[in-house]
Design a binder for this molecule. Sequence first.
Ligand code: BMA
Length: 313
Amino acid sequence: MSNRHPELFRRHQLNPILTVAHWPYPANSVFNPGATLLADGTTLLLCRVEDRRGHSHFCAARSANGVDGWQIDPQPTLLPDPERFPEEVWGIEDPRITYLPELSKYVVVYTAYSRVGPGVALALTEDFDRFERYGMIMPPEDKDAALFPHRIGGQWALIHRPVSAPGAHMWMSYSPDLRHWGSHKLMLEARHGGWWDANKIGLSPPPIETPQGWLVIYHGVRQTAAGSIYRLGLALFDLRSPERCLKRSDEWVFGPEEPYEQRGDVDNVVFPCGTTIAPDGDTIRLYYGAADTSIALATGSIRAILEWLEEHK
Ligand code: BMA
């Protein structure tokens, strides 16, 4: 047991598991990957790749064991398309993947970086080769969004993080068709003052359905004299009304401790955009961007996480 944090997430000894040195084409950095398990058990990471202009696109990396032996697409998998979607002019960032059994498709919800700030965009795919873009579904400033895997009360449901004075909080919105969004509800507020998650929070990976509720891993941003620190906390939400918070951890559960998390293009950042759950239904793999520079992996147990949350809510 670490004396700094509960060992809910154990870092992999091969961390960072993917860096720009693995990339088949020139780039600045690879980080903040979305993650999913394909039907054959392959782990797919949709990695955010930042080019040497500072603009990001996505590139898929596939691995049989989810740890090494990555097959990386030789070219970018999804590039910004500013001709048809001007809101992507400065790049696309931080993809969150959810498989939608109703459509037999994956949905990728991502940040589109427009001239007037970041907004939330959505695309569907069956194969991570061809994508059907829906364009921007939430205008700036908004990011840190992901879709729930099935309709709730007949509607699709989205978590996102609009920025408004005086803070940045997590909201839920609902849609009949993935294009038109409404019934906006405040889901989780940033805390205030000296808290680790004061003023600015956001969803990290897509919500995870458990018998006890939707498990949400979120990031909190602490502003310090030396810059921001990005850490992770836990919350559980009602299965039928996911804007209703059942439990929230006071303490963060994962933060920058290792050199590859503390030093990089942006120091002191752990930023997961995806998880995979093993066939045992319990082992969770958290894929995260480290210091906006590389990709790392930490593993935990959903049962242990829920037990810890019950004790520390
Ligand atoms: C957030 C997001 C992430 C990034 C983090 C730290 O606002 O934009 O993409 O990893 O800042 O720079």
